[in-house]
Ligand binder design. Structure first.
Ligand code: AOS
Ligand code: ZN
Ligand code: ZN
Length: 388
C-alpha cells in the first residue's frame, strides 16, 4: 500500500506553472472568439495567474512570452508578480511571427535573419536576468514545406550554431528548455521534430540544456511515457508543456482528452522521484481556451494534473515490482489499473482543506466574484498572440 501521509505531502509540494498566453484571447486560424474580461496587458495576465494560484495553491509561477508580454521594466513586472503572490517562470521566445521568418528563423538560409533570430533569444536571457527566471524555453517553427526546398543537414548546422551561442550566454543558474514538435507550421520537414533531435542538440550543448515535452506535439499513438522514462534516465527532461489533443496540436485542457495517458506520464515521474520541485522539472501548461472561460479552465487543468499525480502516487510500487519480477502480466497490469481507477477527488479535497483552501477550487472561483469583476473592469482585452 502507498503511504497516504507521504502521498499527501507530495501533493502539497507539487508545483504547476501556468502560461500567460492562456489568459488572453486565442482561437484557431478560422476565428478568435473574443471573451469579455480578458487581460489588457501582462500585469492583468499575471493577476489572473495569481487568482489561479489563490484557489489551487499549487500554481505559484507564470510563464511569459516575449514579445506578447513585452514591458519596459521586467524587474518591476517581477516585483508586481511577487506582490500578488506569484513569480515569473520560464521565458518563452517568439521567432515565428515575423515576415522575416517565412523560411525559418535560426535555420533560415539568410545569415542576417539568423542573426536577428539569435539576437531575440539572447534578449530573452537579458529578460531572465531581470525577472530572476531560470528557464529559457525555445520552440522553433522552422522547417520546410517541400522536398528540396532547403538542405536538411545544413539547417541542423545553423540550428546548432544558434543554440551554441545562446547556451553560452546563459548564467550559472539558468537552463535551456528545447521543445520539439513533429509538424506545423512546416509540413514537410521540421527542424526540431522529435525528442531525439532535441536530446541530441542538448547533449552537444551541455548539462543545462534539457528537453521540453509538449504533450500535443507527437504523432497519434506515440508512447509519451516512454519518452519521459528515457529522458529521466538520461537526466535530460527539463519541462513539460501540458495540454491535450484529439487530432493535432489542439492545446486543449490537459487530462481532458486522455486522462489515462496523463496518469501514465505522471507514474514515470513518480517512479523516478522527480515530482518534487527540488528535482527541477518544470511542469507547465501550454494551452489555449478558445470557447470556454479561461480562468476556471486553467484551474480545472491544474486539478486534472493533480488527479493524475495522486493516482500515480497511489500505485502500490512493491506489489507492482513483485508482479513484474514474477512475470505476472495480469497482476502487474491490475495493480497499475487499481491506482488509476481510484477516485482521488476526496483525497485532493482533504489536501486542499489541510492547506486552508476550498476543497472545490472551481466552485470557489465562481463564488469569488473575480470573474464578474474582470468583466466589469477590463474593456478591450487583447489577444494572446495565437490565431492572429
Ligand atoms: C507551439 O506549438 C509550442 O507549443 C510552443 O510552446 C509555443 O511557443 C507556445 O505555445 C507559446 O509560447
Ligand atoms: Zn508548447
Ligand atoms: Zn504547441
Amino acid at each position: 500500500m502507498a503511504d497516504l501521509a507521504a502521498v499527501k505531502r507530495a501533493l502539497t509540494a507539487q508545483r504547476i506553472e501556468t502560461p500567460s498566453w492562456a489568459y488572453g484571447n486565442s482561437g484557431t486560424r478560422f476565428k478568435v472568439f473574443a471573451q469579455p474580461g480578458v487581460p489588457r496587458n501582462p500585469e492583468e495576465k499575471i493577476a489572473d495567474a495569481a487568482a489561479v494560484h489563490r484557489f489551487t495553491g499549487v500554481a505559484p509561477t507564470v510563464a511569459l512570452h516575449i514579445p506578447w508580454d513585452k514591458v519596459d521594466d521586467y524587474a518591476a513586472l517581477a516585483r508586481y508578480a511577487a506582490d500578488l503572490g506569484v513569480g515569473i517562470g520560464a521565458i518563452n521566445t517568439n521567432v515565428f511571427q515575423d515576415d522575416d521568418y517565412k523560411l525559418g528563423s535560426v535555420t533560415n538560409p539568410d545569415p542576417g535573419i539568423r542573426r536577428k533570430a539569435t539576437d531575440h533569444l539572447l534578449e530573452a536571457i537579458d529578460i531572465m536576468d531581470q525577472t530572476g527566471s531560470q528557464d529559457l524555453k525555445l520552440w522553433f517553427s522552422d522547417g520546410t514545406n517541400y522536398p528540396g526546398q532547403d538542405d536538411l543537414r545544413t539547417r541542423q548546422d545553423r540550428l546548432a550554431a544558434a543554440l551554441r551561442e545562446t547556451y553560452d550566454r546563459l548564467g550559472e543558474n539558468q537552463r535551456m528548455l528545447l521543445e520539439y514538435k513533429l509538424f506545423e507550421p512546416a509540413f514537410y520537414a521540421t527542424d526540431v521534430p522529435d525528442w531525439g533531435t532535441s536530446y541530441a542538440h542538448c547533449i552537444e550543448l551541455g548539462n543545462r540544456a534539457t528537453v521540453c515535452i509538449d504533450t500535443g506535439h507527437h504523432a497519434p499513438g506515440t508512447n509519451i511515457e516512454f519518452i519521459v522514462a528515457f529522458l529521466l534516465r538520461q537526466g535530460r527532461l527539463g519541462a513539460f508543456d501540458f495540454n491535450s489533443r484529439f487530432y493535432a496540436d489542439d492545446d486543449l485542457m490537459v487530462g481532458a482528452a486522455d486522462p489515462f495517458q496523463l496518469f501514465r506520464i505522471m507514474y514515470e515521474i513518480v517512479r523516478a522521484d522527480a515530482l518534487d520541485p527540488a528535482y527541477g522539472i518544470a511542469f507547465m501548461l501550454d494551452q489555449c481556451h478558445n470557447i470556454e472561460r479561461k480562468i476556471p479552465a486553467i484551474i480545472r487543468s491544474v486539478m486534472n494534473v493533480q488527479e493524475a499525480t495522486a493516482k500515480a502516487l497511489l500505485v502500490d510500487r512493491d506489489a507492482l515490482t513483485a508482479a513484474q519480477n514474477a512475470g505476472d502480466v495480469l497482476e502487474a497490469n491490475s495493480v497499475f489499473m487499481d491506482a488509476y481507477n481510484t477516485d482521488v477527488r476526496p483525497l485532493l479535497a482533504e489536501v486542499r482543506t489541510d492547506a486552508g483552501l476550498d476543497p472545490n477550487p472551481v466552485a470557489a472561483y465562481k463564488r469569488s466574484g473575480y470573474d464578474e469583476k474582470i468583466i466589469a473592469d477590463r474593456v478591450g482585452g487583447t489577444q494572446a498572440g495565437w490565431g492572429a
